[in-house]
Design a protein around this ligand. Structure first.
Ligand code: RP5
Length: 171
């Protein structure tokens, strides 16, 4: 573990979500960034309920040093796309699993961006949040040797864990 918690250094990655109710999903992105030692911040910013705050967040992101924004939202999930419309910082969209449509609405809302305003879209739910964090770390790895090393170690441990438990009948 790094000496300083990754969440308290100047953030390189912003994790934002449309509602506090998205935290169950988005906490997995924060956990992985923390484990990889990637400085990050976490905020609730809603495209619909706090649109001015969302624009302010997007407009200041690059200047504040953010190099990626992981944006999670559910249902009419406009947050990632609207952030991408207002910043050149790469936006990684995580569709939160909605109650009524199981997240298919979130996925389609995030993935179907018009040409010219890209959002990298991940899987619905926890897998998407985890992979968005790993992807953000991969984006940073070229300029941050310690993040590259942490990512490589994560992958090695993952491989060893699967290889070391390859008989599903054994606990
Ligand atoms: C979206 O609406 C949020 O991203 C959330 O997934 C969904 C429901 O929000 P709450 O009604 O739980 O606050 O904006």
């Amino acid at each position: 573990m790094p000496a300083t918690p990754a969440s308290s250094a100047a953030p390189l990655v912003g994790i934002v979500m449309g509602s506090r109710s998205d935290w169950d999903t988005m906490q997995h992105a924060a956990e992985h960034l923390e484990a990889l030692g990637v400085p990050h911040e976490v905020r609730v910013v809603s495209a619909h309920r706090t649109p001015d705050a969302m624009f302010a967040y997007a407009e200041s992101a690059g200047q504040r040093g953010l190099r990626a924004i992981i944006a999670g939202a559910g249902g009419a999930a406009h947050l990632p796309g609207m952030l991408a419309a207002k910043t050149a910082v790469p936006v990684l969209g995580v569709p939160v699993q909605s109650k009524s449509l199981n997240g298919l609405d979130s996925l389609l809302s995030i993935v179907q961006m018009p040409a010219g305003v890209p959002v990298a879209t991940f899987a619905i739910g926890r897998a998407g949040a985890v992979n968005a964090a790993l992807f953000a770390a991969a984006l940073l790895a070229a300029g941050h040797a310690e993040v590259a090393a942490a990512l490589e170690a994560f992958r090695r441990r993952q491989t060893e864990a699967v290889a070391g438990a390859d008989d599903p009948r054994r606990p």
